[in-house]
Design a protein around this ligand. Structure first.
Ligand code: GDP
Ligand code: MG
Length: 176
């Protein structure tokens, strides 16, 4: 439609979850197709912007990375401010990171009052041989909490694009 031309959307999306679950690498894989084996928590910018087209409209996702704040349990409210989407990430090989998910969801609820599109992300699915959380377990937590669910690997790229796109499309559905 002619009237819709040039219409733009800008969505803020946050990535949360325990330290070392792969948040920074999920973002670098999605935004730059890069993976870092020894990524340092402090390296990197605050956010990256990625564009995609939905219904012929340009949708920009401004995706925020904690830059390591989570190590000190000090993710600030500025980080959450204005977020309309969230990737809540655990590591399928580390049980403690899965056990932390309810706490992260709680934190998200505390800081964001609007409808936030959320996806539970089980990252590092390439580590099948040392898996500690089954797909079923991930799925049922997501169901219980009303979240989308996906397993990803920032290392081999499995489902990374898909994870972000599910959130972006859901946000778009929420606002359009
Ligand atoms: P963050 O602290 O959550 O931002 O985690 P990072 O992105 O810094 O990753 C922590 C460590 O896990 C790094 O050594 C990464 O190379 C590694 N890592 C991240 N994603 C994956 C993945 O999908 N598979 C594997 N095997 N390692 C990963
Ligand atoms: Mg990081």
């Amino acid at each position: 439609m002619e009237g819709d031309e040039g219409e733009q959307y800008l969505f803020k999306i946050v990535i949360i979850g325990d330290s070392a679950v792969g948040k920074s690498n999920l973002l670098s894989r999605y935004a730059r197709n890069e993976f870092n084996l020894h990524s340092k928590a402090t390296i990197g910018v605050e956010f990256q912007t990625q564009s995609m087209e939905i219904d012929g409209k340009e949708v920009k996702a401004q995706i925020w990375d904690t830059a390591g704040q989570e190590r000190f349990r000090a993710v600030t409210s500025a980080y959450y401010r204005g977020a309309v989407g969230a990737l809540v990430v655990y590591d399928i090989s580390r049980r403690t990171t899965f056990d932390s998910i309810p706490r992260w969801l709680q934190e998200l609820n505390t800081h964001c009052d609007t409808t936030v599109a959320k996806i539970l992300v089980g990252n590092k699915c390439d580590l099948e041989n040392i898996r500690n959380i089954s797909v079923e377990e991930g799925k049922s937590l997501a169901e219980a909490e009303g979240l989308f669910f996906i397993e990803t690997s920032a290392l081999d790229s499995t489902n990374v694009k898909k994870a972000f796109e599910i959130v972006i499309k859901e946000i778009y559905n929420n606002v359009s």
